[in-house]
Design a protein around this ligand. Structure first.
Ligand code: NCD
Ligand code: ZN
Length: 345
């Protein structure tokens, strides 16, 4: 029997939603992860420290009594965000990071930022106090091809922003391209990237070849195979600038399987099994702990978890439910499209 034990992982990009969906999905993350950076794109979004406090309380109230889990809260950056509110939320330990969504880039991002110069006072304050900015790195210009939106963002928005506020710590979230990987590797300081599980496992054919498959549609959208390979190389390299952010983003099936389906893939259940598979395929199981458990805490200035998780390789493929049933409706679980033998013990 092959097995591997790593410090309990954290998820550096997670959508928990609210209400019945929160209750339905939270136990899956809390079983395998000690902490997670919680995305603020609720309707309405988590904008102020008071919103973050209330959302954190709702998450902890939804947590089953037998599980331990620390939600690391984020604030949704708007053109009206108050730098003093952000700074005090960070100083008190309530909020870990601020999230920048370019307006219109993804699910519930319409209150995001249209004009970066309007949020400069917030970003300068964050640079001063060492608070990280998490970025959804895609331009929203309709004339830019959807598969190019990350690469264009890096060139036209991220690079100038880093030059303007060099002391700002930036997480380029859910990086999906070789351009993104190269850009992070070429940066001298203050830049890191999270990578999702699904972007290590699927390319855009999963969405479009042989029929249109809405459960593989997410944003940023999966790219061509060469990009997936670049992501796998970065994730399995052990490089401290790359770490896991699952971007597990549940939507009920009727909102995915329709004429204009939502973006988001639900991977909280089987992320660790899938990752062990990927790292084994790459001959890099010894770097799984760096990617899933060590690099993220180092970047966010937090201790590595004392608890551990053991993954066991079974002779037979491991199965998960195809769907989970929440109070809001069914949510389809990510199907990695190949047999996975790794199971969390
Ligand atoms: C996310 C969601 O559903 O909230 N969707 C997704 O495809 N990843 C939003 C996001 O992180 O872009
Ligand atoms: Zn996300």
């Amino acid at each position: 029997m092959v097995e591997i034990t790593i410090p309990k992982p954290d998820d550096w990009h997670l959508h928990l939603r609210d209400g019945a969906m929160l209750e339905g999905v939270l136990p899956f993350s809390a079983r395998h992860f000690a902490r997670a950076i919680i995305m603020p794109n609720l309707v309405p979004p988590v904008v102020t420290s008071a919103d973050a406090q209330a959302y954190r309380d709702r998450i902890l109230a939804a947590l089953p009594a037998d599980l331990e889990f620390t939600p690391l809260m984020t604030l949704y950056l708007t053109e009206g965000t108050d730098p003093a509110d952000v700074a005090s939320a960070h100083a008190s330990g309530l909020v870990t990071a601020v999230k920048l969504y370019p307006a219109g880039a993804t699910t519930n991002s319409h209150s995001g930022v249209r004009d970066l110069s309007k949020v400069m006072p917030v970003l300068e304050k964050m640079a001063e106090i060492g608070m990280p900015l998490c970025i959804h790195g895609e331009v929203t210009d309709p004339s830019v091809d959807i598969f190019d939106r990350e690469a264009v963002f890096i060139e036209t928005v991220l690079d100038p922003l880093r030059a303007r506020v060099p002391d700002l710590k930036i997480t380029l979230e859910h990086v999906t391209t070789s351009q993104g990987v190269d850009y992070v590797m070429g940066a001298d300081a203050n830049l890191a990237a999270s990578i999702t599980t699904h972007h290590l496992m699927i390319n855009r054919n999963a969405i479009l070849a042989g029929g249109i498959r809405p459960h593989y549609y997410c944003l940023p959208v999966a790219k061509r195979e060469s990009h997936r390979l670049a992501l796998r190389k970065a994730a399995t390299s052990g490089d401290a600038r790359f770490f896991l952010g699952t971007d597990s983003a549940p939507h009920v099936d009727p909102l995915k399987e329709c004429g204009c389906g939502c973006a988001g893939i639900f991977t909280a259940i089987n992320t660790l099994s899938c990752l062990a598979h990927v790292f084994e395929e790459e001959g890099a199981l010894d770097h799984l702990a760096a990617f899933a458990s060590r690099n993220g805490p180092a970047w966010y200035g937090l201790p590595v978890n004392d608890e551990t998780v053991t993954l066991v390789k079974r002779d037979q493929p491991v199965h998960w439910p195809d769907k989970i049933f929440t109070g809001d409706g069914p949510v389809t679980v990510f199907d990695p499209l190949l047999p996975i033998h790794w199971e969390v013990a």
